[in-house]
Each structure stands twice: as C-alpha cells, then as structure tokens.
Design a protein around this ligand. Sequence first.
Ligand SMILES: C[S@@+](CC[C@H](N)C(=O)[O-])C[C@H]1O[C@@H](n2cnc3c(N)ncnc32)[C@H](O)[C@@H]1O
Length: 208
Amino acid sequence: MPREVFAAIQAGRFSALRQELAATLPSSLSRLVLEIGCGNGHFLTAYAATHPDRFCVGVDLRLERIEKALRKRDRAGLANLHFIRCEARAFLRALPAGVQLLEVYMLFPDPWPKKRHHKNRLLKPEFLTEIATRAGQGSRLFFRTDYQPYYDDAAGIIAAHPQWRLLPSSPFPFEHQTIFQSRAETFHSLGAIHESSPVQANKLQPDE
Ligand SMILES: C[S@@+](CC[C@H](N)C(=O)[O-])C[C@H]1O[C@@H](n2cnc3c(N)ncnc32)[C@H](O)[C@@H]1O
C-alpha cells in the first residue's frame, strides 16, 4: 500500500477515535481510571461497580474482547464505564485535553519473552513518558505480570524514569482476578506514583 494511503487511513482512524471519545466521555470529566490491554473487561467492570464515583475506560486491540467487555458492562448497568478498541498510545494522544489519568492498570501485558521481541513490549521509557503527559501529581500506575523477567525489566525502567517513583511493596488498591491471572501459577505486581516535579522534590532538605 502506498505510504500516503496508509497515512490517510491512520489519520482517519485517529480522527474517529477522537470523535468516539468526545461522544462517550462525560463533558465535565477531569480524571479517569484507565486499564490498558483490558481483555474481556473482568477487572475494570468489577472496579467500576465498586467505584461509582470514578469514570473508567478500558482499551484493547482485540475487537472480540472489547465486545465481550461491553456486554459485561451493559449487563451490570454501569454508566461510569466504557471500553474502546484502540491502541494504548493512540488513546493517550486522542484523550481530550484537560482529562487526567487518576490510575492506570496494566495487567498481564503481552510478555514478548524472546529477546528480539522485547522491542514490542508496551512498558518502555517512552511509554511511561506518554502516560506521564496525561497524569497529574500523585497519579498511580499498577503493573502485574506472571513473567518474572518482564517484571524485573519494568521495575528497572520505572525506577530509572524521572517522572515516576516506585512504591515499594504497594498493594493494589483493588483486586479482581483477570482471565490471565486465573491461568497464572504465580505473578508479580508493582505500583508507581507520578511525580510531576522531580527536580523540586530533590531540592527538599532531609529534615523537611
Ligand atoms: C495477555 S492479554 C491480558 C488481558 C487481560 N489484562 C487479562 O489479564 O486477562 C494482553 C492484552 O493486551 C492487549 N494489547 C496488547 N498490546 C496493546 C496495545 N498496544 N494497546 C491496547 N491493547 C493492547 C492484547 O490485545 C491483549 O488482550
């Protein structure tokens, strides 16, 4: 396919995503809870049911998973929950200005175990920076995987990132088993907090 045709298709999809977000997110919305790679929506449906005051959005690339998640949402009658089929970075870019991420969940993201495929992993420094552009002071990121090398890698990437600080042994604020979690023998979790002014934080004296 010629490059300009591909670019036009991509631009059209992005514009459709922007329109979908403008049409589905409440106009007064200032903060939302995002689940990246939400699969069939088990976790976020349970989360939204117990947090009726929070608007939640789940994104996933796979249409059939999003359709299942939407059916789950409708059966539960939840007005504070939406699922969208889209790529996570496209979502972050299409999100209306002024909407911040309160919490972000990445639960059992594709581990891409082969070294030559590591570049496909979602949790990378650039991605953390993209999430940070839509985060506020104190926004939190929660990551869980059953693949220890991805966990180790993610912990190192977050620890080295200037806008995120690892929260040691931080329990998840909410628990509900996902499909991949139910298949995992064991898993590892981490939490991180967004720090929008790391330079200022470093200026604090030890006794402050
Ligand atoms: C291993 S599954 C985990 C699904 C679910 N979180 C669970 O624990 O059962 C990973 C999911 O992430 C989705 N995914 C992968 N890359 C993505 C991306 N860049 N943007 C949005 N979703 C993505 C996949 O389609 C898949 O449904």
